[in-house]
Design a protein around this ligand. Structure first.
Ligand code: V47
Length: 359
């Protein structure tokens, strides 16, 4: 083992925080197995032999979006023949249809719709919450919440208060992309900036609302950008804790305006999981989002620091628009088998990581 790797390993084993330089070194080192072993050590320290999953339904209210992010294959103009917008009744029926599968979460993500007012989103949440008060509603990315605030001339805090009153329980991690405003200007100029995204999560955490965080990688960003992204999350979490899980999202190029870029390699995906586990020492869970990583890599990620494999999702749309080859959902039994086969304890959780059962 190289001296630097040994040094970093010592730091991790003595609970000493890793530096930016350490993060960059780990990304560039080619001792993949040493990196994995270290990240797995940290994972076991934080969550033992448990690997978490939940049973949820994704509800994507609309694909009509003014944001036009270059990496997105999902958003469309309103006059596109493939465009759709669910009415609150449609959304209710879509959610209700999954209740018999034993779901514990509705995961609702929409888009930056040109016309819909906050009342519409409130109505969607209210109806689901009133009918199914025990099912947690995780809804709207910080980018959407920032947009709702602008469009409705309300403060971020007020938007969060209104959504929480309606039944929103927590916020998913999307819209973070990469925290480099120059790249954001190129890829998603109409979306919340780095500071605006972080501000939404800061306010949510202050209000006691749990959130997740993501990073979109494998497009035009550098290794330094990735490590800096993690450091910004770590800094916010130190000051205003509230992030539950970090989910690295590899860029899927198909059907996007950046389809010339090649999909990340398995090595890059595993390194990103491992480096995030080691750098984000104050975020408990690292999620291998199997829908994007595909099941074999998600399974391997459990040896590289991941302790969560997301949900048995009944139909996912955003990643499938970008050409992902995985099934749109897998059964709970399959999820359990996959985790067991990796030598871990399948642990069903609710959205805020209360344990529902182990198998
Ligand atoms: O913000 C869009 C990403 C995100 C592509 O919080 C793409 O538990 C790759 O954030 N290739 C939305 N990624 C999804 C998301 C998420 C997913 C699962 C769990 C959680 C959670 C959050 O998807 C967007 C964007 O970063 N995205 N297009 C693409 N072509």
């Amino acid at each position: 083992m190289e001296t630097k790797m040994r040094e970093i390993s010592e730091k991790v084993r003595s609970n000493i925080r890793l530096s930016r330089e350490d993060g960059i070194y780990l990304y560039n080192c080619d001792d993949l197995l040493a990196l994995g072993k270290l990240a797995k050590f940290k994972k076991i320290q934080v969550s033992g032999k448990n690997v978490f999953f939940n049973v949820n339904r994704h509800i994507n209210l609309t694909n009509i979006c003014i944001s036009k992010c270059k990496f997105c294959a999902f958003g469309l103009d309103e006059n596109d023949e493939r465009a759709y917008l669910m009415s609150p009744q449609d959304a209710f029926e879509w959610g209700a249809a999954a209740v018999n599968y034993g779901i514990t979460e509705f995961h609702i993500v929409s888009a930056m719709h040109p016309h819909m007012k906050l009342d519409y989103y409130v109505e969607v949440i209210k109806r689901l919450h009133e009918a199914f008060p025990d099912i947690h509603i995780q809804a709207f990315t910080a980018a959407e919440i920032f947009y709702f605030a602008q469009k409705n001339k309300l403060s971020i805090r007020r938007v969060l208060e209104i959504l929480r009153e309606a039944g929103m329980g927590s916020i998913p991690g999307g819209g973070a992309e990469i925290f480099n405003n120059e790249i954001r200007r190129l890829l998603c100029p109409r979306k919340a900036t780095t500071e605006e995204w972080l501000e939404v999560h800061r306010i949510a955490h202050e209000m006691g609302i749990k959130t997740n965080c993501t990073m979109l990688y494998g497009h035009v960003e550098s290794i330094e950008d990735r490590v800096d992204h993690m450091l910004k999350l770590r800094e916010l979490q130190d000051e205003f804790p509230g992030f539950q899980a970090f989910i690295p999202l590899p860029f899927l190029p198909e059907n996007t305006r950046m389809s010339n870029i090649k999909r990340t390699s398995a090595i890059d995906d595993l390194k990103t999981i491992a480096v995030s586990r080691l750098m984000l020492d104050n975020i408990a869970h690292i999620k291998a989002f199997w829908i994007m990583l595909e099941l074999p890599i998600a399974q391997l990620a459990l040896y590289f620091g991941a302790d969560d494999i997301d949900g048995t999702i009944v139909e996912e749309k955003i990643m499938h628009a970008a050409g992902v080859a995985t099934e749109k959902g897998i059964s709970k039994e399959e999820m359990i088998r996959l985790i067991k086969d990796s030598g871990y304890i399948p642990t069903e959780r609710d959205t805020v990581y209360n344990i529902i059962g182990t198998y």
